[in-house]
Design a binder for this molecule. Structure first.
Ligand code: CA
Length: 277
């Protein structure tokens, strides 16, 4: 018991000596705060125990490593990701709107192009009209039928506007009158046109010179079977099987006649094409 009291006194005395020596070194008086700082310093140096902050830092590190639970930082990161997603959505909507505007501009371009094409249509149509063979939808007739028991039926008037330029009579695509005075062939276009040009294709298997001296007439009259209408061209000479075009200016007429006036002869051609509008 005595020994214990002595030991306790010696420990108290040693503790007091210890603090006196610190005060001697620092030259300051030891306050309660200094005393606490002193002991914290000792713990920092020795690592003997954890402070509250160290404890929290320690557990944050563990959570960061394991991802076990959501900390305040994770919550902030989550909100940051949401903000980025929202920003991305805004960018996508803006891009889609921009593309829609571009599409609208393209539609406008197409409409403008369409308008330009429509403005050009009348000219194209006019060209197409002038390139259309009006004779193909006409009605053909002639002064007589070739009276030949074997080949006469090959020479019908309609063969002159069948769209076939075969020049061999025996292939059945040429018209052929009987031999007579002033033989003629005529096509009715069913309405008046401005005739710009007429193309004829001569028989090729023989006898091409029979067309020489023929007149090509254009007009609206059927007087004298249309043979009094105005003349577009005179066929002075045309070889066997040849095709020749004659410029009629802008002669107006529903009927086109080909006639050998004053000649006692047969008349034959294999195709007649009429262009106008
Ligand atoms: Ca023909």
């Amino acid at each position: 018991m005595w020994k214990s009291i002595k030991c306790a006194e010696r420990e108290q005395q040693g503790h007091q000596r210890h603090h006196r020596s610190i005060r001697d070194i620092t030259g300051a008086s030891e306050t309660s705060q200094e005393h606490q700082r002193h002991h914290r310093s000792i713990r920092d140096i020795t690592g003997a125990s954890e402070t509250s902050q160290e404890h929290q830092r320690h557990h944050r590190s563990i959570r960061d490593i394991t991802g076990a639970s959501e900390t305040s930082q994770e919550h902030q990161r989550h909100r940051h990701i949401l903000r980025m997603k929202l920003l991305l959505l805004v960018v996508l909507v803006w891009t889609a709107s921009d593309e829609a505007s571009a599409d609208a501009e393209n539609v406008t371009d197409y409409e403008e192009t369409d308008l330009i094409m429509k403005k050009a249509e009348p000219d194209l149509s006019s060209i197409q009209e002038k390139c259309r063979n009006l004779a193909l939808h006409g009605r053909a007739t002639m002064s007589s039928i070739y009276k030949d028991s074997n080949w006469g039926f090959f020479g019908m008037a309609i063969n002159g506007i069948d769209g076939n330029e075969d020049t061999n009579y025996y292939h059945g695509s040429c018209f052929h009158t009987h031999t007579e005075l002033s033989p003629w062939w005529r096509v009715d276009l069913l309405e008046s046109y401005r005739i710009s040009r007429i193309t004829i294709t001569n028989r090729g298997d023989c006898c091409g010179s029979r067309i020489n001296g023929a007149e090509i007439l254009v007009g609206d009259s059927l007087a004298n079977n249309g043979n009094n209408n105005a003349r577009c061209a005179l066929v002075t000479s045309l070889p066997d099987g040849a095709t020749q075009t004659y410029d009629c200016g802008e002669m107006v007429g529903r009927y086109v006649n080909i006639v050998l006036k004053g000649k006692q002869q047969c008349l034959h051609l294999c195709e007649v094409q009429i262009y106008g509008d």
